[in-house]
Design a protein around this ligand. Structure first.
Ligand code: UDP
Length: 238
């Protein structure tokens, strides 16, 4: 079944997507490659905004398990996403793409505060808007922030860039004959607790009828291919 064309998309990049082959932090070659992927999608006429995670630097839940206060740890995680957002902004601007970083935690010297109308205006002007600091609230994740911003921006789809090319019935890195789903209903993802995004993000997308496209962001040129309906991916929809 051909996939519909999605004009305005929100791309969710986990912090790990920025690490490349490194075990931690930000790899400039990788952010440069991701920027080229985004440029290619823009050249094809798509409007893009971005939510970046922070897991390559700091994760609240993992830190809390080691004894950190959860809320402080979550704020630290959100600050990590701001670093990643600035890295992506830098990589995009290096290739001439106009961007704005809008942070859910106001940080006037490094970014604009998140104001929905302002974000909309930037998008209308063709800028790539990078949403930083998640939702601005502890106990959430950047997956939920991605679903929230996708709904607020009126995105046609949420593209979740991962290190596998879709959702499988078993872990394809461990099980040889694991089968990839071409498409899946939201209800199945939630009922079977399939690891697409966290449940609150999936429910938000379901309630607002925003398809989630899970695809491999590590493969060069894949974002543009999947946007054309060509590459392999799994689409989660109603
Ligand atoms: N975080 C938060 N509220 C949000 C988004 C993120 O508290 O709305 C914190 C949380 O501690 C999380 C960290 O920021 O562990 C980094 O985000 P996430 O784990 O979602 O990043 P990813 O896994 O996508 O790299």
């Amino acid at each position: 079944m051909p996939r519909p064309r999605f004009n305005r998309i929100l791309l969710k990049l986990s912090g790990e997507a920025l690490m490349g082959e490194e075990a931690f932090g930000i790899d400039p070659e990788t952010t440069a490659r991701l920027a080229r992927e985004i440029a290619e999608a823009k050249e094809a006429g798509h409007e893009l905004c971005l939510v970046v995670g922070g897991g390559n630097i700091f994760r609240g839940l993992a830190a809390a398990a080691k004894g950190f206060d959860r809320t402080s740890a979550d704020y630290m995680g959100m600050l990590a996403t701001v670093m990643n957002a600035l890295a992506m902004q830098n990589a995009l601007e290096n290739i001439g793409i106009d961007t704005r970083v809008l942070s859910a935690i106001p940080m006037a010297t490094v970014s604009e505060p998140y104001i929905r109308r302002r974000a909309m205006r930037h998008m209308e002007k063709g800028r790539v808007v990078i949403f930083a600091a998640g939702t601005g609230n502890p106990f959430f994740t950047t997956d939920t922030a991605a679903a929230l911003r996708a709904a607020e921006m009126g995105c046609d789809a949420l593209f979740k860039g991962t290190s596998v090319d879709g959702v499988y019935d078993a872990d394809p890195k461990k099980v040889k004959n694991a089968r990839r789903y071409e498409s899946l209903p939201f209800s199945r993802v939630l009922a079977d607790d399939l690891k697409v995004m966290d449940a609150s993000a999936v429910a938000l997308c379901r309630d607002n009828n925003i398809p989630i496209v899970v695809f491999n962001i590590r493969e060069q040129g894949n974002l543009a291919r999947v946007l054309k309906g060509e590459g392999t991916a799994t689409i989660v929809q109603t």
